[in-house]
Design a binder for this molecule. Structure first.
Ligand SMILES: Cc1cc2nc3c(=O)[nH]c(=O)nc-3n(C[C@H](O)[C@H](O)[C@H](O)COP(=O)(O)O)c2cc1C
Length: 169
């Protein structure tokens, strides 16, 4: 396992737009017995209820969602620019309900305060769930959202997590 150092939040200088939408992150949830990871490109960072928070958006069908709901914690792992993106594509196209994705991708789960994350990452955000809201059509003010993203009724839940710790390698 690699050694990670706690990173003070004041030195967290990133572009959240490219970090998520271009480079992608990996959302991981579970415990020491069973953890699972999926690629994400939607999310955000900010401040809410006087806490540093991170939000992720997870569709009902994702196996990782069951683990966030069961354990109430999750992590986001980010990787070096030269990290093999086909691995992230794999984590984002196969479900952990069917395959052991860690074994198949040769990645490893590490833990901090019992929260699982990907050991091969270089920046990790550890979060405790504060709120979970399912984004259903009655909350949309743009008629195009449902037609474009939810024809199959597989809605996203927005998880707002309090950032517990940042880890850097
Ligand atoms: C680049 C990329 C970004 C993705 N972003 C999200 C996301 O933000 N939210 C989501 O629910 N699914 C997203 N997905 C799809 C999930 O990663 C994918 O369905 C995955 O297989 C779910 O795994 P699981 O069932 O093991 O949890 C993304 C996939 C890719 C390739």
């Amino acid at each position: 396992m690699h050694t990670f150092q706690p990173c003070p939040i004041d030195v967290f200088h990133v572009n959240p737009f490219t970090m998520l939408n271009k480079d992608w992150g990996v959302l991981t949830a579970g415990d020491e017995e069973k953890a699972n990871s999926m690629t994400v490109s939607w999310g955000g960072f900010g401040v809410l209820w006087n806490k540093n928070v991170c939000s992720v958006y997870v569709r009902d069908s994702r196996y990782t969602k069951q683990l966030i709901d069961a354990h109430g914690t999750f992590s986001l792992t980010f990787f070096q620019k030269d990290f093999n993106k086909s691995i992230l594509m794999y984590l984002g196209s196969v479900s952990g309900a069917r395959e052991n994705k860690m074994k198949m991708s040769h990645l490893h789960i590490n833990y901090e305060s019992h929260i699982p994350f990907i050991d091969e990452g270089n920046l990790v955000i550890l979060c405790k769930r504060l709120s979970a809201v399912t984004l259903t059509p009655d909350t949309f003010f743009d008629g195009g959202i449902e037609a474009e993203h939810y024809k199959d009724g597989d809605f996203h839940t927005m998880y707002i997590g309090e950032i517990q710790q940042l880890l850097a390698r």
